[in-house]
Write a protein that binds this ligand. Structure first.
Ligand SMILES: [Zn+2]
Length: 378
């Protein structure tokens, strides 16, 4: 038996407020290795190098026993066992024990991945949808006759989506970065940008939306629904310019009256989690999580979880895995977060800085209750 705090964290059913589906098809070792590297978008020069990382070590430590192997089994043994079991069985074994009650799935990138309901079928709990604004825009554009009506048509599509989704997400971080004009664009500028974008349609397919005027006007369309708005912040793949996705660049946006009363979720944040913590203290609408970093940092995830609990009020910190693809990531998101929270909060209890009751209460806020309140989950 662990400490009372460890037991509390084990039995706490989590809300994973930012996650993607898991693979639906078997994967070969090269594909698995690439999924263990977030930043490099090219096939890895040496796939075995992905195992000599904090994430690779964490997979061998925590996932191997669930595939009937010894902890720290070699990558070769692990891959062989994984192939024997097949993707579906691996996913069942790794995702079922995560004890997640609600999966808030970003469906904007879903090729070869389970749906929200498919993920919930593997892991238990309820699958819910987060609509990605840029994907919604890219599917709407080819249906328009006159792109000059863009603002109205996109606003209607967002309102329609808000009837069934629990929140919206933007990947402006990937498309233009935050160092652009984030004030509401003039209607003429939006119409002109939409006509320009529409002119690039090929074979009925919209090109990738990377026009900041249209992306920013989309953010305001989402804010009007008062549904939580998720923003990718910090660490991602090399398509984004990490220097231009520091959340401090969002300060002017967060000062806007349109944001008042609308939860703004800063996702991942690494390596800017302290900047995000400051913004959470400065603006009552701002929430942050350290998903993605938790599993990529493995044994060092304890540090990033500790830093997420510095300046930010505890009612504005959330849990997410940001897992996508291999079920190891869904498993480790929850496993390493629980482990890190036990270490961090337990350390403060042992030092006499926090009471055990307060530690349990904060664990429940971050793991479950803050997300239930902000997303109005029943
Ligand atoms: Zn994500």
């Amino acid at each position: 038996m662990g400490s009372p705090l460890a037991e509390h964290l084990e039995q706490l059913a989590l809300v994973d407020h930012h996650v993607h589906g898991t693979w639906t098809q078997d994967a070969d070792p090269a594909r698995i290795a690439n999924a263990f590297n977030e930043a490099d978008t090219a096939p890895l020069a040496d796939p075995t190098s992905a195992w000599d990382t904090q994430l690779g070590f964490a997979v061998r430590r925590w996932c191997a026993p669930l595939l009937d192997l010894e902890p720290h089994a070699s990558p070769e043994t692990y891959l062989q066992r994984r192939a024997e079991l097949g993707e579906l069985e691996v996913a069942r074994r790794l995702i079922a024990p995560t004890n997640v009650s609600d999966w808030l799935v970003d469906t904007g990138w879903s090729e070869g991945l389970t749906s929200p309901d498919g993920l919930a079928a593997l892991g238990g709990g309820t699958g819910r949808t987060i609509v990605r604004l840029e994907t919604l825009a890219e599917s709407l554009l080819p249906t328009l006759v006159d792109a000059g009506d863009w603002a109205e048509a996109f606003g209607a599509a967002v309102d329609e989506a808000a009837r069934t989704c629990v929140g919206f997400k933007s990947v402006i971080a990937y498309r233009s970065g935050f160092a652009v004009d984030l004030t509401p664009p003039a209607p003429e500028a939006v119409a002109e940008a939409a006509r320009r974008w529409h002119a690039g349609l090929e074979d009925g397919r919209a090109p990738r939306l990377d026009d900041p005027t249209l992306i920013v006007s989309g953010l305001y369309a989402a804010l009007r629904t008062h549904r939580p708005l998720q923003l990718h912040v910090g660490f991602g793949d090399r398509d984004l310019d990490l220097a231009s996705v520091d959340p401090l660049l969002l300060t002017d946006l967060l000062r806007r009256p349109e944001v008042r009363g609308v939860p703004v979720m800063l996702l991942h944040c690494y390596p800017y989690e302290r900047h995000a913590g400051y913004l959470a203290q400065a603006f009552p609408e701002v929430y942050l999580d350290v998903g993605l970093a938790t599993h990529f940092l493995g044994a060092r995830g304890v540090g990033v979880v500790a830093r997420s609990l510095e300046l930010a009020p505890f009612r504005q910190v959330l849990y997410s895995s940001d897992a996508a693809g291999p079920a190891e990531l869904h498993h480790l998101g929850a496993r390493l977060w629980r482990h890190s929270m036990t270490q961090v909060l337990g350390g403060w209890v042992d030092a006499g800085e926090w009471s055990l009751d307060d530690a349990r209460r904060v664990a429940t806020l971050v793991g479950r209750d803050n997300a239930r309140r902000a997303y109005d989950l029943d």
